[in-house]
Design a protein around this ligand. Sequence first.
Ligand code: HEM
Length: 156
Amino acid sequence: MDFVLWVSRVMHVVSAVVWMGGLIFMNAVLNPVLRHQGDMPSSKALSLYRRFFPFLWSSLWTMLVTGTFMALLSPRFLGFDLSTTWGQLLAAKTGLFVLLLIVSWQAVAVVRRIEAFMESDARQAEAWNRTFETLVRRSIVLGIASFLCAAGMAVA
Ligand code: HEM
């Protein structure tokens, strides 16, 4: 069982790094370069976002499955009894995860909107692209808060 827990922790952390790393790269490198080169919104930008979405969903689902597995097997998991710091941080992280799912779902829907307006209304496409950039930043903030909860759980 130790091996399974070890693999779960590795998959959990790697998924968090792939997901968070991808979003930070998108926000700090990709989008500024695309915007500077006048390629936002563009079909190139949309292809790059769509290429990232399978990584986003596979990371999020892997984090959910491995996190639930680690929680259920942890002697510190007391169900809905949140009397311990570890339990409170796990609950907070689970809540953040639900928010992350919602923001990720919104981001996918917004990319469809950008696509819909690309040919017909450049101003609308630009407005939805700005919304997408805001959702990426919002995900990063939620992700940092999740990492802080994880670090707190490790020392609780
Ligand atoms: C429903 C969602 C989640 C659940 C149920 C969950 C659950 C857990 C559990 C039980 C552990 C082990 C804690 C321990 O051994 O004391 C853990 C570790 C960790 N979690 Fe999550 N987690 C979730 C989401 C996330 C998210 C969204 C992130 C980051 C973006 C994250 C990052 C981490 C990290 C980095 C660790 C490793 C900490 C260490 O090894 O010290 N988790 N998680």
